[in-house]
Design a binder for this molecule. Structure first.
Ligand code: PGA
Length: 246
């Protein structure tokens, strides 16, 4: 595991963008894994800026997102498809159909989960997966207690996660209770992982990720077992780590 600590959010985001850019140029048909939430917005902003400057093209790339709410139409402003369109997809040059987000309105959610895994495999696997982390250590919507062997599945959001996400909805009651999420195994299958964390609310989860016991009770702890993981942190998120300084 590599750990890099930055003075602020913008520097962390720029470092993440540089990693994505390198992954795009390193492969003939790069396969990227994207995350949503507040944390990667700076990363996407930096990628869009590089694209607008003529320095970065996604025309050969494909992407898979970590997750999507069950029951929200793709056009709903809080769907993760809408988030990705707004923050990245509509601002850069991915080919039509190159970006996959789980369909949370599929007639058969089970079939959609299986198709998602099959499509990742058919694309040759994910070269670089971007991750955020929940205050409870969730990655994607893999909440505490999710078995490490899980593939893409229908996940039930914890109350803590629904409370965290309530700011984007008209109160906690409006937050969907379920999501389709890549599983822990799906994430661990990616060749490279980059996890971004910003702010003091993530410091404890980061400490568990780096040095806690590897246990499904803290899903991100499994990342200790990945052969190619980079943690990009701002100072506040790194504050509970021993011996790490910016
Ligand atoms: P955040 O979410 O980036 O909005 O903090 C991260 C997560 O819950 O995975």
């Amino acid at each position: 595991m590599r750990i890099e600590v930055f003075a602020d959010y913008d520097q962390m985001s720029a470092a993440a963008a540089a990693l994505v850019e390198r992954a795009v140029s390193a492969a003939e048909r790069p396969v990227l894994g994207f995350a949503t939430g507040a944390t990667p917005i700076g990363l996407y902003r930096a990628l869009v800026a590089r694209h607008r400057a003529g320095a970065l093209s996604f025309s050969r790339a494909r992407s898979f997102n970590l997750d999507e709410y069950v029951g929200l139409p793709a056009s709903h402003p809080q769907s993760y498809r809408s988030y990705m369109r707004e923050n990245l997809f509509d601002a850069v040059d991915f080919a039509a159909g190159a970006c996959r987000v789980p369909d949370g309105q599929a007639d058969s959610l089970k079939a959609e989960c299986e198709a998602y895994e099959a499509q990742i495999a058919a694309a040759g696997g994910i070269d670089l997966q971007v991750l955020g982390i929940g205050t409870n250590g969730h990655i994607g919507f893999n909440e505490p207690g999710t078995p490490f062997g899980t593939l893409t599945h229908v996940a039930t959001l914890s109350e803590r996660t629904r409370q965290s996400n309530a700011v984007y909805f008209a109160g906690v009651e409006a937050v969907p209770k379920r999501a389709i999420s890549m599983g822990i195994r799906t994430i661990m299958n990616a060749r490279r992982l980059v996890l971004l964390a910003s702010g003091s609310s993530k410091a404890e989860a980061i400490r568990h990720t780096v040095s806690g016991p590897v246990t499904p009770e803290v899903p991100s702890s499994v990342l200790q077992l990945h052969p190619d993981l980079t943690l990009l942190l701002d100072r506040a998120a790194a504050a509970a780590l021993d011996g790490v300084s910016a």
